[in-house]
Design a protein around this ligand. Structure first.
Ligand code: SAH
Length: 375
């Protein structure tokens, strides 16, 4: 008698990162009705189930069939830190040993979760410590969603008022618009009523200005867009945000106008501007910014630079930041100064570093790379 051929075990499908159309297609293939997708999403994202046997409104037979082909596999949380200001940071480990970081920032009337979209970042912005880690790869939609899934579960366990995710910002590690497909799929799930049910105004994608993807996003999702501008002249922006060499300011501003033309007249584009002493914080810089943004409906976020070892930059003085803000306000531009949060646990803007197997060899340029987990 001949021995049967051994096929390698098929990898199970992770349902955590599947949006509604994908789940419906998955169930159709199993000969099941489309409403199963809503049921599954509710169990996974609202009730935090990671095991089919918990799903009491799904028959035992279907639970069994699901477990044969699929899993609900979140990333593992390996570090969990709470700041004195209530900010909470998690380090999540991926199957390949890399780590990413996720931060929860509680404010008076909201709770913002800042999530990562890539392992490391390929953009090499000169003032950002994530850049120093180099780049490994894009996160899958399941890996992006894992951050929200784990954070909501762990915040629920706190059983404290005001510790709920009301907003999600894609401002963690990575450039979300260079991982477009997985990011928009993750946003589908964030907005889905059977999953996280967030309103589109409460989801923000932050980009250094990847123009083709901005154009695509404008037609795909009505979420909030934030542009990391940081400079008003190409020579300076080429240095701070090197992707500017590919997509210079004139083209970026034209893309911002195109984007906003597709939005309701009441909506505003967020402009992020990191305040670097003696680099981009003068009165003349403020005047140039006013001119550059003329005709666009914007909300300006001035971000005090969060220093890190060997960055070569200094934070603008409080005076300089306020003078800059006053000028913008006088020009009728809504301008807020972003509060630095979670500094004691290295959770502030530009401090998220994770642990990245660098494929860009950028780490080699620096003598002493920092790792959030060990430092
Ligand atoms: N790649 C995306 C999202 C990640 S960065 C982007 O460029 O928008 C999120 C925000 O933090 C950006 O505005 C970025 O410019 C800012 N940032 C990065 N490093 C910082 C630092 N050291 N201090 C303050 N803000 C920083």
């Amino acid at each position: 008698m001949s021995t049967p051929i051994q096929f390698p075990a098929m990898e199970k499908i992770n349902l955590l990162g599947m949006n509604r159309p994908e789940l419906e297609a998955f169930f159709a293939e199993m000969g099941e009705k489309a409403f199963r997708a809503s049921q599954l999403m509710k169990w996974i994202h609202q009730l935090g189930a990671a095991d089919f046997s918990q799903m009491s409104n799904i028959s035992k037979a279907l639970q069994q069939r699901l477990s044969e082909t699929a899993t609900i596999q979140p990333l593992e949380v390996v570090v969990d830190q709470l700041s004195t200001d209530g900010t909470r940071k998690w380090v999540l480990r991926l199957a390949d040993g890399n780590c990413i970081e996720t931060v929860f920032i509680p404010e008076d009337d909201r709770g913002t979760l800042c999530i990562s979209s890539q392992i490391g970042c390929a953009l090499d912005c000169s003032f950002c410590s994530t850049a120093r880690q180099g780049f490994s790869r894009n996160l899958s939609s399941a890996e992006i969603l894992s951050q929200v899934w784990q954070a909501s579960r762990l915040l629920d366990e706190e059983k404290k008022p005001g510790r709920k995710i009301t907003n999600v910002v894609l401002m963690g590690m990575g450039e979300p618009l260079l991982n477009y497909d997985n990011v928009v799929k993750a946003i589908d799930i964030l907005l889905d009523d059977f999953a996280y049910g967030l309103s589109k105004r409460r989801v923000t994608v932050s980009t250094a200005g990847v123009i083709p993807a901005m154009d695509r996003l404008a037609d795909r999702h009505d979420v909030q867009l934030a542009i990391s501008l940081h400079a008003t002249r190409d020579d300076l922006r080429d240095e701070l945000v090197p992707i500017n060499k590919k997509y210079p300011l004139k083209d970026l501003m034209a893309a911002c106008h195109r984007f906003m033309e597709k939005r309701s007249p009441r909506s505003r584009l967020t402009i992020e501007y990191v305040m670097l002493a003696g680099v981009n914080d003068s009165a003349q810089d403020a005047d140039e910014l006013i001119k550059l943004l003329d005709g666009l409906s914007v909300l300006i976020n001035l971000i005090p630079f969060n220093p890190f070892e060997g960055s070569g930059y200094k934070t603008s003085s409080n005076n300089a930041v306020h003078r800059f803000q006053d000028k913008l306000i006088k020009a009728n531009m809504t301008t807020i100064i972003r509060k630095t949060r979670g500094e004691d646990i290295d959770a502030a803007c530009g401090q998220l570093v994770g642990k990245v197997t660098d494929k860009s060899r950028r780490q080699q340029k620096f003598i002493k790379p920092r790792f959030g987990m060990n430092s």
